[in-house]
Design a protein around this ligand. Structure first.
Ligand code: PMP
Length: 362
């Protein structure tokens, strides 16, 4: 086995080794069929079986039952900023947003750009997005409330989701914490996530649409922009990202094999605690950048005493094969992303390195 780095990248991110091995094993000839999944027609029986198995596994792992349509799209989570507004905000209602970071801001901006009435239900911009607002106020006639469950850049995460009136659909961008813990999915009308953090490679976006939302879909949209097209055609109106969907299926299989979301949540809590404990017990050498109660289990953001030390920290970490620790370009500092597939051993290596670096540079 080749040596692998400890990959703390915020995304595209680490994938389970077992998944990579299975891809490798089946790359030239999928289950002895003489061709790669990449080379299969999306209309073939063999590919349809892979697709259906992936959908079934997603439903099982995430507890969706038959209440949701499962759709795979291209265009990244960023295209969903547009599509959610187009599809679910009629012109006489307001699209409501909880602004907890850059991605939420972009979703809000996109709705505004296409002429929707937008409303900020709450925002944590006053404190540089270092907390999750605990209260919010809806507009008079809300089409929906949109939130970003985990803020990849700032390192905050909703621990309790907002409670909305029954007639207000909750739409959630779960790109950076989907399937990291069990949640009550039925609270959500729509969930979307770019796959490249917790559930697969970049290039496919998972969209889950609760079936009662279908009647709310806005008519008259261009073919590719309406969810109706993709629901009615089982994500096969045009060629879907076939290989990426197959890999999502393998990641689901891996999740099921390790015991599902209850188990992965425990592991994720343990991994995050290891780094947060190091930060909290460092006599302020390492400083967390967000409110403790809102800390993300997926993206751990921290600063060192100076920017010079941060640069030294990142370069020495890289030399030790601890990769992807640079904070997002818009905020600086350091960020350790500890998604589902990151092994505990990588986290232990980082904690050891942090202790050693502090000792040598205090
Ligand atoms: N939402 C969140 C929470 C993200 O972290 C990201 C990307 N890192 C996006 C949306 C944008 O995703 P994409 O690049 O797939 O468009």
């Amino acid at each position: 086995m080749l040596e692998r780095i400890a990959n703390f990248s915020a995304g595209p991110a680490v994938l389970p080794e077992e998944v990579l091995q299975e891809i490798q094993q089946d790359l030239l000839s999928y289950k002895g069929k003489g061709l790669s999944v990449m080379e299969m027609s999306h209309r073939s029986k063999d590919y349809q079986a892979i697709f259906d198995d992936t959908v079934d596994r997603i439903k099982r792992v995430f507890g969706l039952g038959e209440d949701f349509e499962v759709v795979f799209l291209g265009g990244g989570a960023s295209t969903q900023f547009l599509m959610t507004a187009q599809n679910f905000c009629p012109d006489d209602k307001e699209a409501n947003y909880l602004i907890t970071g850059n991605w939420a801001q972009l979703a809000h901006k996109e709705a505004k750009k296409i002429g929707k009435k937008v409303f900020t239900a709450a925002s944590s911009e006053d404190q540089n997005f270092s907390y999750i607002p605990k209260e919010y106020q809806l507009s008079e006639n809300p089409a929906y409330l949109h939130l970003t469950s985990n803020n990849t850049i700032y390192g905050t995460q909703f621990k309790d989701f907002p409670i909305v009136p029954d007639n207000v659909p909750l739409i959630c961008d779960m790109s950076s914490d989907i399937m990291s813990k069990p949640i009550d999915v039925k609270k959500f009308a729509v969930i979307y996530a770019g796959a490249q953090k917790n559930i697969g490679p970049a290039g496919v976006t998972l969209v889950l649409i609760r079936k009662d939302m279908i009647e709310k879909l806005q008519p008259g949209l261009p073919t590719m922009m309406t969810y109706k097209t993709h629901i009615d055609k089982g994500s096969m109106h045009n060629t879907p990202p076939t290989f990426n969907i197959y890999i999502v299926g393998l990641v689901m299989k891996w999740l099921e094999n390790i015991g599902g979301l209850e188990v992965i949540e425990k592991i994720n809590i343990e991994k995050a605690a290891c780094i947060y404990d190091m930060i909290d017990n460092s006599d302020n050498y390492y400083r967390g950048t967000v409110e403790k109660e809102d800390r993300s289990l997926m993206n751990i953001t921290f600063r060192l005493p100076s920017e010079e030390l941060e640069a030294k920290f990142l370069s020495e970490a890289a030399a030790k094969k601890l990769s992807g620790l640079k904070g997002h370009r818009s905020v600086g500092g350091c960020r350790a992303s500890t998604y589902n597939a990151l092994p505990m051993s990588a986290v232990n290596q980082l904690a050891e390195f942090m202790a050693e670096f502090k000792k040598n540079n205090s």
